[in-house]
Design a binder for this molecule. Structure first.
Ligand code: NAD
Ligand code: TDX
Length: 353
Protein backbone atom coordinates (compact mmCIF):
# COMPACT_ATOMS: atom_id res chain seq x y z
CA UNK A 1 0.00 0.00 0.00
CA UNK A 2 1.44 3.32 -1.10
CA UNK A 3 -1.62 5.48 -1.46
CA UNK A 4 -4.82 4.81 0.48
CA UNK A 5 -8.06 6.57 -0.39
CA UNK A 6 -10.41 6.61 2.62
CA UNK A 7 -14.02 7.59 1.88
CA UNK A 8 -16.04 9.22 4.68
CA UNK A 9 -12.92 10.09 6.65
CA UNK A 10 -14.56 13.08 8.36
CA UNK A 11 -17.22 10.88 9.98
CA UNK A 12 -17.00 8.83 13.16
CA UNK A 13 -15.22 5.62 12.14
CA UNK A 14 -13.38 7.16 9.18
CA UNK A 15 -11.80 9.78 11.47
CA UNK A 16 -10.73 7.11 13.94
CA UNK A 17 -9.36 4.97 11.11
CA UNK A 18 -7.26 7.80 9.64
CA UNK A 19 -5.93 8.66 13.10
CA UNK A 20 -5.12 4.95 13.55
CA UNK A 21 -3.23 4.88 10.21
CA UNK A 22 -1.05 7.82 11.25
CA UNK A 23 -0.28 6.15 14.58
CA UNK A 24 1.19 3.09 12.86
CA UNK A 25 4.98 3.06 13.16
CA UNK A 26 7.37 3.11 10.17
CA UNK A 27 4.80 3.79 7.47
CA UNK A 28 5.14 6.21 4.59
CA UNK A 29 1.90 5.73 2.65
CA UNK A 30 -0.21 8.67 1.59
CA UNK A 31 -3.80 8.95 2.84
CA UNK A 32 -6.42 10.77 0.77
CA UNK A 33 -9.65 11.51 2.63
CA UNK A 34 -12.63 11.89 0.27
CA UNK A 35 -15.67 13.25 2.06
CA UNK A 36 -18.68 15.19 0.86
CA UNK A 37 -19.04 16.80 4.32
CA UNK A 38 -22.64 15.98 5.19
CA UNK A 39 -24.16 17.00 8.53
CA UNK A 40 -22.32 14.01 10.09
CA UNK A 41 -18.85 15.20 9.08
CA UNK A 42 -16.38 17.44 10.82
CA UNK A 43 -13.16 18.13 8.89
CA UNK A 44 -11.62 19.68 12.01
CA UNK A 45 -11.39 16.14 13.47
CA UNK A 46 -8.22 15.73 11.42
CA UNK A 47 -6.76 19.24 11.60
CA UNK A 48 -3.82 18.07 13.71
CA UNK A 49 -3.09 15.24 11.27
CA UNK A 50 -3.19 17.73 8.38
CA UNK A 51 -0.69 19.97 10.20
CA UNK A 52 1.59 17.15 11.27
CA UNK A 53 1.65 15.25 7.98
CA UNK A 54 1.23 17.85 5.18
CA UNK A 55 2.99 15.57 2.69
CA UNK A 56 1.11 12.41 3.60
CA UNK A 57 -2.47 13.50 4.40
CA UNK A 58 -4.74 15.11 1.80
CA UNK A 59 -8.40 16.07 1.98
CA UNK A 60 -10.72 16.24 -1.02
CA UNK A 61 -14.28 17.50 -0.56
CA UNK A 62 -15.94 15.25 -3.12
CA UNK A 63 -19.13 13.22 -3.37
CA UNK A 64 -18.40 9.51 -3.99
CA UNK A 65 -21.22 9.58 -6.57
CA UNK A 66 -19.07 11.89 -8.74
CA UNK A 67 -17.19 9.26 -10.72
CA UNK A 68 -15.23 11.72 -12.84
CA UNK A 69 -13.76 13.44 -9.77
CA UNK A 70 -13.06 10.09 -8.12
CA UNK A 71 -11.14 8.97 -11.22
CA UNK A 72 -9.18 12.24 -11.19
CA UNK A 73 -8.29 11.70 -7.51
CA UNK A 74 -7.23 8.10 -8.15
CA UNK A 75 -4.90 9.35 -10.88
CA UNK A 76 -3.64 12.42 -9.01
CA UNK A 77 -2.59 10.43 -5.92
CA UNK A 78 -1.84 7.11 -7.68
CA UNK A 79 -4.29 5.40 -5.36
CA UNK A 80 -3.74 1.64 -4.94
CA UNK A 81 -6.12 0.94 -2.04
CA UNK A 82 -9.61 2.21 -1.18
CA UNK A 83 -11.24 1.81 2.22
CA UNK A 84 -14.90 2.70 1.83
CA UNK A 85 -16.61 4.09 4.95
CA UNK A 86 -18.69 6.87 3.38
CA UNK A 87 -22.40 6.30 3.94
CA UNK A 88 -25.57 7.69 5.35
CA UNK A 89 -25.42 5.78 8.62
CA UNK A 90 -28.36 6.56 10.91
CA UNK A 91 -31.32 4.15 10.89
CA UNK A 92 -33.83 6.74 12.22
CA UNK A 93 -32.98 9.16 9.42
CA UNK A 94 -33.38 6.37 6.86
CA UNK A 95 -36.92 5.85 8.13
CA UNK A 96 -37.78 9.54 7.82
CA UNK A 97 -36.06 9.99 4.44
CA UNK A 98 -34.55 6.98 2.64
CA UNK A 99 -33.56 8.78 -0.56
CA UNK A 100 -30.05 9.94 0.50
CA UNK A 101 -29.36 6.39 1.71
CA UNK A 102 -30.09 4.91 -1.68
CA UNK A 103 -28.09 7.63 -3.41
CA UNK A 104 -24.93 7.45 -1.31
CA UNK A 105 -24.94 3.88 -0.05
CA UNK A 106 -26.10 2.13 -3.22
CA UNK A 107 -25.34 4.50 -6.11
CA UNK A 108 -22.21 5.89 -4.44
CA UNK A 109 -20.74 2.41 -3.91
CA UNK A 110 -21.70 1.43 -7.47
CA UNK A 111 -20.00 4.57 -8.76
CA UNK A 112 -16.76 3.80 -6.87
CA UNK A 113 -16.82 0.23 -8.19
CA UNK A 114 -17.28 1.50 -11.74
CA UNK A 115 -14.29 3.83 -11.34
CA UNK A 116 -12.17 0.92 -10.09
CA UNK A 117 -13.41 -1.30 -12.92
CA UNK A 118 -12.33 1.30 -15.47
CA UNK A 119 -8.84 1.42 -13.96
CA UNK A 120 -8.75 -2.39 -13.70
CA UNK A 121 -9.57 -2.76 -17.38
CA UNK A 122 -6.76 -0.30 -18.13
CA UNK A 123 -4.36 -2.58 -16.21
CA UNK A 124 -4.33 -0.71 -12.88
CA UNK A 125 -5.38 -2.82 -9.89
CA UNK A 126 -6.94 -1.05 -6.92
CA UNK A 127 -7.71 -3.01 -3.77
CA UNK A 128 -11.21 -2.16 -2.47
CA UNK A 129 -12.24 -2.76 1.13
CA UNK A 130 -15.93 -2.23 1.83
CA UNK A 131 -17.23 -1.46 5.32
CA UNK A 132 -20.62 -2.97 6.12
CA UNK A 133 -22.86 -3.57 9.09
CA UNK A 134 -24.37 -6.51 10.95
CA UNK A 135 -27.78 -4.94 10.26
CA UNK A 136 -27.71 -6.56 6.79
CA UNK A 137 -28.35 -9.92 8.47
CA UNK A 138 -31.65 -8.76 9.99
CA UNK A 139 -32.96 -9.39 13.48
CA UNK A 140 -32.08 -12.26 15.85
CA UNK A 141 -34.25 -13.83 18.54
CA UNK A 142 -32.83 -14.51 22.02
CA UNK A 143 -30.34 -17.11 20.78
CA UNK A 144 -27.95 -17.54 17.86
CA UNK A 145 -25.29 -15.46 16.15
CA UNK A 146 -24.69 -13.96 12.72
CA UNK A 147 -21.94 -15.75 10.80
CA UNK A 148 -20.52 -14.83 7.41
CA UNK A 149 -22.93 -17.33 5.82
CA UNK A 150 -26.10 -16.02 7.48
CA UNK A 151 -28.54 -15.07 4.68
CA UNK A 152 -29.16 -11.35 4.29
CA UNK A 153 -32.49 -10.10 5.64
CA UNK A 154 -32.24 -6.31 6.00
CA UNK A 155 -35.31 -4.66 7.52
CA UNK A 156 -34.72 -0.88 7.46
CA UNK A 157 -34.04 1.38 4.47
CA UNK A 158 -30.53 1.88 5.91
CA UNK A 159 -29.73 -1.82 6.19
CA UNK A 160 -31.34 -2.55 2.82
CA UNK A 161 -29.10 0.08 1.21
CA UNK A 162 -26.01 -1.38 2.90
CA UNK A 163 -27.04 -4.90 1.84
CA UNK A 164 -27.44 -3.71 -1.76
CA UNK A 165 -23.95 -2.20 -1.68
CA UNK A 166 -22.46 -5.43 -0.28
CA UNK A 167 -24.08 -7.41 -3.10
CA UNK A 168 -22.65 -5.01 -5.68
CA UNK A 169 -19.16 -5.34 -4.21
CA UNK A 170 -19.35 -9.15 -4.39
CA UNK A 171 -20.82 -8.98 -7.89
CA UNK A 172 -17.90 -6.83 -9.11
CA UNK A 173 -15.48 -9.37 -7.65
CA UNK A 174 -17.23 -12.38 -9.18
CA UNK A 175 -18.02 -10.78 -12.54
CA UNK A 176 -15.03 -8.55 -13.25
CA UNK A 177 -12.43 -9.99 -10.88
CA UNK A 178 -11.97 -6.79 -8.84
CA UNK A 179 -9.81 -7.39 -5.75
CA UNK A 180 -12.27 -6.72 -2.94
CA UNK A 181 -12.78 -7.59 0.72
CA UNK A 182 -15.78 -6.84 2.93
CA UNK A 183 -16.11 -6.45 6.70
CA UNK A 184 -19.39 -6.62 8.58
CA UNK A 185 -19.25 -4.97 11.96
CA UNK A 186 -21.48 -4.58 15.01
CA UNK A 187 -22.31 -1.29 16.82
CA UNK A 188 -19.27 0.92 17.33
CA UNK A 189 -18.80 3.41 20.15
CA UNK A 190 -16.00 5.83 21.00
CA UNK A 191 -14.72 9.36 20.34
CA UNK A 192 -16.05 11.43 17.41
CA UNK A 193 -19.39 9.57 17.13
CA UNK A 194 -22.14 11.90 16.01
CA UNK A 195 -24.50 12.60 18.95
CA UNK A 196 -27.58 11.23 17.21
CA UNK A 197 -26.42 7.67 17.95
CA UNK A 198 -27.44 6.05 21.23
CA UNK A 199 -24.35 6.44 23.45
CA UNK A 200 -23.30 10.04 22.69
CA UNK A 201 -26.95 11.17 22.53
CA UNK A 202 -27.55 9.81 26.02
CA UNK A 203 -24.36 11.39 27.38
CA UNK A 204 -25.25 14.84 26.07
CA UNK A 205 -28.86 14.56 27.25
CA UNK A 206 -27.67 13.62 30.76
CA UNK A 207 -25.39 16.65 30.85
CA UNK A 208 -28.22 18.91 29.67
CA UNK A 209 -30.84 17.34 31.99
CA UNK A 210 -32.97 16.25 29.03
CA UNK A 211 -35.02 13.02 28.83
CA UNK A 212 -33.17 9.86 27.78
CA UNK A 213 -35.46 8.42 25.07
CA UNK A 214 -35.47 4.60 25.16
CA UNK A 215 -37.31 3.07 22.22
CA UNK A 216 -39.99 0.44 23.00
CA UNK A 217 -39.38 -1.74 26.06
CA UNK A 218 -35.61 -1.09 26.05
CA UNK A 219 -34.88 -4.79 25.71
CA UNK A 220 -33.40 -4.64 22.21
CA UNK A 221 -29.88 -6.00 22.26
CA UNK A 222 -26.80 -4.63 20.49
CA UNK A 223 -23.21 -5.92 20.42
CA UNK A 224 -20.82 -3.03 21.18
CA UNK A 225 -17.27 -2.69 19.88
CA UNK A 226 -14.80 0.08 20.72
CA UNK A 227 -14.05 1.92 17.48
CA UNK A 228 -10.28 1.41 17.84
CA UNK A 229 -10.83 -2.34 17.60
CA UNK A 230 -12.84 -1.88 14.41
CA UNK A 231 -9.79 -0.04 12.99
CA UNK A 232 -7.38 -2.83 13.98
CA UNK A 233 -9.72 -5.37 12.38
CA UNK A 234 -9.87 -3.44 9.09
CA UNK A 235 -6.09 -3.15 9.14
CA UNK A 236 -5.79 -6.93 9.70
CA UNK A 237 -8.02 -7.52 6.66
CA UNK A 238 -6.06 -5.06 4.51
CA UNK A 239 -2.75 -6.63 5.39
CA UNK A 240 -3.66 -10.31 5.83
CA UNK A 241 -7.18 -10.81 4.47
CA UNK A 242 -7.97 -13.01 1.49
CA UNK A 243 -9.31 -11.31 -1.63
CA UNK A 244 -12.99 -12.00 -2.23
CA UNK A 245 -13.66 -12.81 1.44
CA UNK A 246 -16.07 -11.33 3.96
CA UNK A 247 -15.11 -11.02 7.65
CA UNK A 248 -17.46 -10.42 10.58
CA UNK A 249 -16.17 -8.08 13.30
CA UNK A 250 -17.82 -7.83 16.71
CA UNK A 251 -17.34 -6.98 20.35
CA UNK A 252 -18.76 -10.23 21.79
CA UNK A 253 -20.32 -7.75 24.17
CA UNK A 254 -24.11 -7.83 24.15
CA UNK A 255 -26.18 -5.32 26.11
CA UNK A 256 -29.89 -4.67 26.40
CA UNK A 257 -30.37 -0.96 25.68
CA UNK A 258 -31.93 -0.23 29.06
CA UNK A 259 -29.12 -1.98 30.98
CA UNK A 260 -26.54 -0.17 28.90
CA UNK A 261 -28.11 3.24 29.62
CA UNK A 262 -28.35 2.51 33.34
CA UNK A 263 -24.67 1.60 33.35
CA UNK A 264 -23.83 4.69 31.29
CA UNK A 265 -25.65 6.83 33.90
CA UNK A 266 -23.28 5.41 36.50
CA UNK A 267 -20.17 6.06 34.40
CA UNK A 268 -21.21 9.65 33.67
CA UNK A 269 -22.12 10.23 37.34
CA UNK A 270 -18.71 8.91 38.45
CA UNK A 271 -17.09 11.64 36.35
CA UNK A 272 -19.41 14.58 36.99
CA UNK A 273 -19.63 13.96 40.75
CA UNK A 274 -23.42 13.65 40.56
CA UNK A 275 -25.53 10.85 41.97
CA UNK A 276 -26.41 8.39 39.17
CA UNK A 277 -30.09 8.49 40.23
CA UNK A 278 -30.19 12.07 38.91
CA UNK A 279 -29.51 10.69 35.42
CA UNK A 280 -31.53 7.47 35.76
CA UNK A 281 -34.61 9.57 36.56
CA UNK A 282 -34.32 11.03 33.05
CA UNK A 283 -34.93 7.62 31.43
CA UNK A 284 -38.05 7.92 29.31
CA UNK A 285 -39.59 5.03 27.38
CA UNK A 286 -40.85 6.36 24.04
CA UNK A 287 -42.63 4.97 20.98
CA UNK A 288 -40.62 2.18 19.38
CA UNK A 289 -38.56 2.64 16.20
CA UNK A 290 -40.59 1.12 13.30
CA UNK A 291 -39.16 -2.28 12.35
CA UNK A 292 -36.75 -2.08 15.32
CA UNK A 293 -34.42 -5.09 15.05
CA UNK A 294 -34.59 -7.02 18.31
CA UNK A 295 -31.10 -8.38 18.69
CA UNK A 296 -27.76 -8.31 16.89
CA UNK A 297 -24.98 -10.70 17.88
CA UNK A 298 -21.86 -11.41 15.86
CA UNK A 299 -19.82 -14.54 15.56
CA UNK A 300 -16.34 -13.28 14.66
CA UNK A 301 -14.45 -16.57 14.87
CA UNK A 302 -13.31 -16.28 11.25
CA UNK A 303 -11.29 -13.07 11.64
CA UNK A 304 -9.97 -14.32 14.99
CA UNK A 305 -8.88 -17.72 13.70
CA UNK A 306 -7.73 -16.79 10.21
CA UNK A 307 -6.20 -13.33 10.75
CA UNK A 308 -5.32 -13.46 14.45
CA UNK A 309 -7.41 -10.39 15.28
CA UNK A 310 -9.06 -9.92 18.66
CA UNK A 311 -10.65 -7.09 20.63
CA UNK A 312 -8.15 -5.19 22.77
CA UNK A 313 -10.41 -2.84 24.74
CA UNK A 314 -12.93 -4.20 27.27
CA UNK A 315 -16.28 -2.42 27.54
CA UNK A 316 -15.64 -0.90 30.97
CA UNK A 317 -12.42 0.73 29.75
CA UNK A 318 -13.85 1.73 26.37
CA UNK A 319 -16.93 3.36 27.85
CA UNK A 320 -14.83 5.16 30.46
CA UNK A 321 -12.57 6.54 27.71
CA UNK A 322 -15.58 7.52 25.62
CA UNK A 323 -17.38 9.39 28.40
CA UNK A 324 -14.14 11.22 29.31
CA UNK A 325 -13.65 12.18 25.66
CA UNK A 326 -17.15 13.67 25.37
CA UNK A 327 -16.83 15.51 28.68
CA UNK A 328 -13.65 17.13 27.43
CA UNK A 329 -15.05 17.90 23.96
CA UNK A 330 -18.20 19.88 24.73
CA UNK A 331 -17.24 22.45 22.12
CA UNK A 332 -17.01 19.68 19.50
CA UNK A 333 -20.49 18.49 20.54
CA UNK A 334 -21.96 21.94 20.19
CA UNK A 335 -20.32 22.48 16.83
CA UNK A 336 -21.51 19.24 15.22
CA UNK A 337 -25.02 19.73 16.58
CA UNK A 338 -25.43 23.13 14.97
CA UNK A 339 -26.25 24.17 11.40
CA UNK A 340 -27.63 21.61 8.99
CA UNK A 341 -28.24 18.98 11.68
CA UNK A 342 -30.30 21.31 13.86
CA UNK A 343 -32.41 22.45 10.93
CA UNK A 344 -33.16 18.81 10.02
CA UNK A 345 -34.12 17.92 13.59
CA UNK A 346 -36.43 20.92 13.84
CA UNK A 347 -38.15 20.07 10.56
CA UNK A 348 -38.57 16.39 11.35
CA UNK A 349 -38.94 16.17 15.11
CA UNK A 350 -39.75 19.67 16.31
CA UNK A 351 -37.54 20.57 19.26
CA UNK A 352 -37.57 17.04 20.81
CA UNK A 353 -33.79 16.82 20.92
P1 NAD B 1 -20.88 8.69 9.93
O1 NAD B 1 -22.28 9.02 9.56
O2 NAD B 1 -20.33 9.16 11.23
O3 NAD B 1 -19.88 9.22 8.79
C1 NAD B 1 -20.14 9.07 7.44
C2 NAD B 1 -19.21 9.97 6.65
O4 NAD B 1 -19.45 9.75 5.25
C3 NAD B 1 -19.44 11.48 6.90
O5 NAD B 1 -18.22 12.13 7.10
C4 NAD B 1 -20.12 11.96 5.63
O6 NAD B 1 -19.86 13.31 5.32
C5 NAD B 1 -19.52 11.02 4.60
N1 NAD B 1 -20.39 10.89 3.42
C6 NAD B 1 -21.73 10.64 3.40
N2 NAD B 1 -22.18 10.64 2.13
C7 NAD B 1 -21.09 10.85 1.34
C8 NAD B 1 -20.93 10.95 -0.06
N3 NAD B 1 -21.96 10.81 -0.91
N4 NAD B 1 -19.69 11.18 -0.55
C9 NAD B 1 -18.62 11.35 0.29
N5 NAD B 1 -18.75 11.27 1.63
C10 NAD B 1 -19.96 11.04 2.15
O7 NAD B 1 -20.79 7.10 9.80
P2 NAD B 1 -19.94 6.06 10.66
O8 NAD B 1 -20.69 5.68 11.86
O9 NAD B 1 -18.54 6.55 10.76
O10 NAD B 1 -19.99 4.81 9.68
C11 NAD B 1 -18.98 4.60 8.69
C12 NAD B 1 -19.26 3.32 7.96
O11 NAD B 1 -19.28 2.22 8.87
C13 NAD B 1 -20.62 3.29 7.25
O12 NAD B 1 -20.45 2.64 6.01
C14 NAD B 1 -21.51 2.48 8.18
O13 NAD B 1 -22.52 1.83 7.46
C15 NAD B 1 -20.49 1.49 8.74
N6 NAD B 1 -20.79 0.95 10.07
C16 NAD B 1 -21.02 1.79 11.12
C17 NAD B 1 -21.23 1.26 12.40
C18 NAD B 1 -21.48 2.15 13.59
O14 NAD B 1 -21.77 1.63 14.67
N7 NAD B 1 -21.35 3.46 13.48
C19 NAD B 1 -21.22 -0.13 12.57
C20 NAD B 1 -20.99 -0.95 11.46
C21 NAD B 1 -20.75 -0.40 10.23
O1 TDX C 1 -32.62 7.68 21.13
C1 TDX C 1 -32.42 6.46 20.95
N1 TDX C 1 -33.05 5.55 21.75
C2 TDX C 1 -32.92 4.21 21.61
O2 TDX C 1 -33.51 3.42 22.35
C3 TDX C 1 -31.55 5.97 19.92
C4 TDX C 1 -30.84 6.93 19.01
C5 TDX C 1 -31.41 4.61 19.79
N2 TDX C 1 -32.08 3.75 20.59
C6 TDX C 1 -31.88 2.30 20.41
C7 TDX C 1 -32.06 1.78 19.01
C8 TDX C 1 -31.07 0.64 18.95
O3 TDX C 1 -31.66 -0.54 19.48
O4 TDX C 1 -30.51 2.03 20.73
C9 TDX C 1 -29.93 1.07 19.87
C10 TDX C 1 -28.75 1.69 19.13
O5 TDX C 1 -29.28 2.68 18.26
P1 TDX C 1 -28.36 3.53 17.25
O6 TDX C 1 -27.28 4.20 18.02
O7 TDX C 1 -29.27 4.36 16.42
O8 TDX C 1 -27.66 2.37 16.41
P2 TDX C 1 -28.25 1.19 15.52
O9 TDX C 1 -29.59 1.49 14.99
O10 TDX C 1 -28.08 -0.10 16.29
O11 TDX C 1 -27.19 1.25 14.30
C11 TDX C 1 -25.79 1.47 14.55
O12 TDX C 1 -25.06 0.30 14.50
C12 TDX C 1 -24.93 -0.32 13.24
C13 TDX C 1 -25.22 2.50 13.56
O13 TDX C 1 -25.98 3.69 13.62
C14 TDX C 1 -25.20 1.93 12.17
O14 TDX C 1 -24.56 2.84 11.28
C15 TDX C 1 -24.44 0.65 12.18
O15 TDX C 1 -24.51 0.07 10.92
Amino acid sequence: MKSILVTGGCGFIGTNFIRFLFDLPDKDFVVVNVDKLTYAANPENLEDIQNQFPNRYFFEKVDICDQIKILEIIEKYEVDTIVHFAAESHVDRSIVGPSDFIQTNVFGTFSLLEAIRKKFEAGIEIRFHHISTDEVYGSLGPIGYFTETTPYQPRSPYSASKAASDHLVRAYHNTYGLPVTISICSNNYGPYQFPEKLIPLMIINMLEGKPLPIYGDGKNVRDWLFVYDHCTAVWAILTKGKIGETYNIGGENEWENIRLIEYLCEVVASKTGENSSKYKKLINFVKDRPGHDRRYAINCDKIKNELGWSQSVDFETGLDLTVSWYLSHLEWLNKVRSGEYLRWIEINYGRRL
